[in-house]
Ligand binder design. Sequence first.
Ligand SMILES: [Zn+2]
Length: 158
Amino acid sequence: MSLKFFPDKTLRQICEPIKKIDAEIHELSRKMLVLMKINNGIGLAAPQVGITKRLFVCEIENKPLILINPHIIQTSGESKMIEGCLSLPERNVNIKRSHKLLVKGFDSQGKEMQYEMAGLWARVIQHEMDHLDGILICDYDKNMQKKIKKNMQDVMDL
Ligand SMILES: [Zn+2]
C-alpha cells in the first residue's frame, strides 16, 4: 500500500459504498492507520491509497477512528483553518468549514456508530468526506481560481 499524490486520477473518483464489512476491510483500515501515522497525518481516506471505497481513518491525540460509509447528518457553526493533505504535500489552504457536526457510519467491525464532533475532529471528518467525493483542498483555493481566471482573461484579451 502506498500514498497517491495529486494529480493521480484515483483522487478525483467518487468512491463506492462498501457492501460488506469483512476481515479484508478491517485489515485495510488497520494498514491505513499505520501508513497515515508513518507520514505524520491525522487523517487518510481510501482513495489516497488507490482504493475507491467509502472509508477513512483518522487519529487525534492517540484516539483512532475508522468510519465506513459515513454520512454527515447535521452541521452547525463555522470556522476557518489552514489545512494540509498527504496527497498534496506542497499545498496549504485556508478553508471555511462547519465547526460542529453529527456523523453516522460503521466501524471496521460493522457496527453502526454516531459521533458528535467539534473543532479539529469535525474538520478532519469534513476533509476526509471530501476525499470520498473526489474533492481536494486545492478546490477551495480562491487565489488559485483567480489566477486561472486571470489567465483566461489574458487569453481572451489577445
Ligand atoms: Zn487529504
